[in-house]
Write a protein that binds this ligand. Structure first.
Ligand SMILES: Cc1cc2nc3c(=O)[nH]c(=O)nc-3n(C[C@H](O)[C@H](O)[C@H](O)COP(=O)(O)O)c2cc1C
Length: 343
């Protein structure tokens, strides 16, 4: 049977305040194949908020997955008819975000203590869409006040706990599990610390795939170069990268070559900037926040000459009265030629 999603694959992780439509447009200039995620959107936010502002995206972004957060099937039932007006390629449910705000509301990582609810939410999403429905979660959680009172333990962090979680959720047959290979500590750590302090435990993700080869398993957490990504693609059904995409996007020109039959994208920094300018001009024409959109490019010169100058230019305040598109043109004049034209 053909899998509903391409495997193995690379995806660019959902990141709040990062992976908005501008960042995704920028990413698409660098990789044509990687799946791009939105930021996490709560179903309540979608139901009550400005759905165009939240959900609009550009055709160039396909394939693009919408990540949602919810704490009940009712919330999903309210949001899905709205979501279905947009043509997202995949819907992903968040069961991995450690933020107090999210976990305190029975969303994100704390859902790992409620596998029945996660199963029901996945089932509910599937009732509304034929697109792949996937789940992003951690290998476990720790948190005294967050876990249900019936739990005797404050930790759900063994391999067996994760296996049990998945065995229940899998009754709803999500199309893929994307596993951030560290636990989330739900009290006492900030979201940032929760991406750094709990150790990475990749072996448990490999073991899961080994014991359940029928499941589509993608791994996330700490991958910093193409070689490491290639290794994961040989072992599993996919690899998701987060911070690397923001910190060193130029490196991601190699992603498409990780796919069978795919090739390295030899686009230069100059060409990336030149191709982004018309997009920025279209934002300027429609009075969208174009300054925000160019800030997303700030890792483009990471590790090379000109990085400081680049950051200075693109972080120029709007109050200086220079258009964002002009700032990009200025960068093409001011930055070292050899770095701009490197392939
Ligand atoms: C700024 C930022 C925002 C994030 N927002 C989300 C989010 O909205 N939803 C989510 O599932 N994970 C979120 N994450 C976690 C990433 O998706 C990813 O799991 C994590 O960064 C580990 O991958 P990495 O080591 O490749 O960065 C966020 C991470 C960062 C750095």
């Amino acid at each position: 049977m053909k899998k509903p999603i391409e495997a193995p694959r690379v995806s660019i992780a959902p990141m709040i305040d990062v992976t908005d439509k501008h960042f995704r447009y920028f990413m698409r200039l660098i990789t044509k194949k990687a799946l791009l995620y939105t930021e996490m959107l709560t179903c309540e936010g979608i139901f009550h908020g400005d759905s165009h502002r939240l959900l609009d995206f550009n055709e160039i972004e396909h394939p693009v997955a919408l990540q949602i957060a919810a704490s009940s099937t009712e919330q999903i039932k309210r949001a899905m008819p709205i979501i279905n007006k947009w043509n997202y390629d995949e819907i992903n449910l968040n069961a991995g975000c450690p933020s107090d705000r999210v976990s305190g509301n029975l969303m994100g990582a704390c859902l790992m203590a409620y596998p029945d609810l996660v199963r029901d939410m996945i089932k509910t999403i599937k009732e509304f869409t034929d697109k792949p429905v996937t789940l992003k979660h951690r290998i476990g959680i720790e948190g005294r006040n967050i876990l249900p009172a019936s739990f005797k333990r404050t930790l759900l962090d063994t391999y067996e706990d994760m296996d049990n979680f998945i065995s229940i959720v899998d009754e709803a047959r999500p199309d893929s599990y994307i596993i951030h290979a560290r636990i989330a500590i739900l009290e006492g750590l900030s979201p940032k610390e929760n991406r750094e302090i709990p150790p990475l435990r990749y072996e448990e993700v490999y073991r899961l795939k080994d014991e359940h080869p029928e499941l589509n398993i993608e791994i996330n957490g700490g991958f910093k170069n193409l070689e490491a990504m290639k290794v994961q693609m040989a072992l599993l059904d996919g690899v998701m990268i987060g911070r690397l995409a923001k910190d060193n996007p130029f490196l991601l020109r190699g992603i498409d070559a990780l796919y069978e039959g795919g090739s390295f994208n030899y686009i230069s920094r100059r060409e990336i900037i030149e191709e982004y300018i018309p997009y920025i001009e279209s934002l300027e024409a429609s009075r969208e926040n174009s300054y925000m959109a160019i800030k997303h490019m700030d890792g483009l010169f990471t590790g090379v000459r000109g990085s400081k100058k680049w950051k200075q230019i693109i972080n120029t305040s709007a109050s200086q009265g220079i258009k964002a598109s002009e700032l990009l043109r200025l960068s093409l004049r001011e930055l070292p030629k050899d770095i701009l034209d490197e392939r």
